[in-house]
Ligand binder design. Structure first.
Ligand code: 2BX
Length: 421
């Protein structure tokens, strides 16, 4: 029976630039109680969590980490959310030989074993959008790509990764524009330099300003294809926002036909998963816990499956590590922030994680990155239509042939001489 306790640390952003703790902390609580109800997982141990709010601020997150480390009981692992907190926590935690597991970190900078030797994340990196973008470029024979980005590290690293990938395929990024808060000049320069196939990476508030400017510059319609991020809330372009002066109808006209890419982080099949319920049952339980009618208002709601699966990944890893350590007469509860053998056992168990969770197949690359499927959608007549799903590991693109072209066929990536004749 579970007569011993293992404690973990939990750092949740309850406010700030991404207040994902709102949806993710309840999911972690649900997972901890589900795991503790399993007799075949960690049969001797009950999992407990000490947690606190980081407000998605690196300094406060670090302070929370120290509080967790300098108060009993010893923590065996730390869960964290925001990228900017995860980079601090993962760099400090290694000094205490702690494995760090992020349910909300999307920054490509976190894929770095030199800086973060004990880091894993169930949240995919922002660079996961690039392989499917490439697949679509190749499908429609687009070799000249243009980019426009908000100057944030997450977007800069994603564009750098995209550039590396397109160059490997004999394509090129012919126009690169960036902006801090006002995209007016960047959008104007895209038109001046005859950009046609445009990848835009920015947060949703900037997306509204970009497309208002695109409307004014007439940088939309049958000659252009925009690729933007797919994880903005539904109706993101209808949000009242006095930082741009376009109407919803004008934005919708500029947005007609654009593509979006995103990682699939909720299992799409009705099938039973290896964590004992279907994705649908998880959603029903979480909605009941959150006790709200409109879950689109809960930050972190889309990422809740990642937080739920993070606890199960940890439980499976502890279970495997406990058996391994047993062979050498060691116990998980012997961990004292110094015992490297215990850290190594947890690390290697985590590294070989592979199970079907609520967020789909959970597995990590050698750098601790989440491996996930991605999907591309197109905005057709005011709503998003799924065009295809990509499994990068198998290099398999499933295409539904639902795309629509305003000009009746895919536009060329530049004006060919014959177009002038
Ligand atoms: C898809 C998004 C909103 C990207 O930012 C993540 C937060 C972060 O990377 O700090 C959460 N998930």
């Amino acid at each position: 029976i579970k007569n011993k306790t293992l404690t973990i640390g939990g750092i949740f952003p309850m406010s700030g630039s991404w207040a994902g703790g709102e949806g993710c902390q309840p999911a972690v609580q649900m997972a901890l109680s589900d795991v503790n109800n399993q007799t075949d997982i960690l049969p001797e141990y009950k999992l407990e969590m000490d947690s606190d709010d980081s407000q998605c601020k690196p300094g406060l997150g670090t302070k929370v980490l120290y509080k967790l480390l300098y108060n009993k009981p010893t923590k065996l692992l730390v869960l964290c959310g925001c990228s900017i907190v995860s980079t601090f926590v993962a760099q400090a935690a290694k000094m205490w030989k702690l494995v760090v597991l992020s349910y909300g970190g999307s920054s490509p900078a976190l894929s770095n074993r030199e800086r973060f030797p004990t880091f894993f994340r169930t949240h995919p990196s922002g660079t996961l959008h690039n392989p499917i973008r490439l697949k679509v470029f190749k499908k429609f024979n687009w070799k000249r790509i243009s980019t426009i980005q908000e100057t944030q590290e997450l977007f800069t690293s994603t564009i750098e990764d995209l550039e590396k990938r397109v160059k490997r395929e004999g394509m090129d990024i012919v126009v690169r524009q960036s902006f801090l808060t006002d995209p007016t000049n960047a959008v104007r320069n895209l038109r001046r330099q005859d950009a046609r196939i445009i990848v835009g990476v920015f947060y949703e508030d900037m997306a509204r300003r970009v497309f208002c400017q695109a409307y004014k510059e007439k940088l939309y319609g049958k000659k252009y294809v925009w690729f933007i991020i797919g994880w903005y809330p539904d109706n993101w372009y209808k949000v009242k926002d006095d930082r741009h002066n376009c109407t919803v109808e004008q934005l919708e006209e500029a947005l007609e036909g654009h593509f979006t890419t995103e990682a699939i982080i909720l299992h799409q099949e009705p099938s039973m998963t290896e964590v004992g319920m279907t994705a649908q049952q998880f959603t029903e339980r979480l909605d009941k816990m959150l006790n709200t009618s409109d879950t689109s208002l809960i930050t972190g709601y889309p990422e809740a499956p990642l937080a739920y699966d993070a606890v199960w990944a940890m439980a499976f890893a502890f279970h495997k590590a406990a058996a391994k350590l047993e062979e050498r007469g060691m116990k998980l509860e012997d961990f004292d922030y110094n015992n490297e053998e215990i850290t190594d056992a947890i690390y290697s168990a985590m590294n070989s994680t592979k199970f079907l969770g609520i967020s789909g197949n959970v597995a990590f690359t050698a750098k601790g990155d989440r491996i996930a499927w991605t999907q591309v959608e197109q905005f057709i007549n005011g709503s998003y239509v799924k065009l295809g799903v990509y499994d990068a590991v198998a290099d398999n693109l499933t295409w539904y042939n639902k795309e629509k072209w305003l000009g009746g066929r895919p536009p060329p990536d530049h004006t060919r001489v014959i177009d002038h004749l």
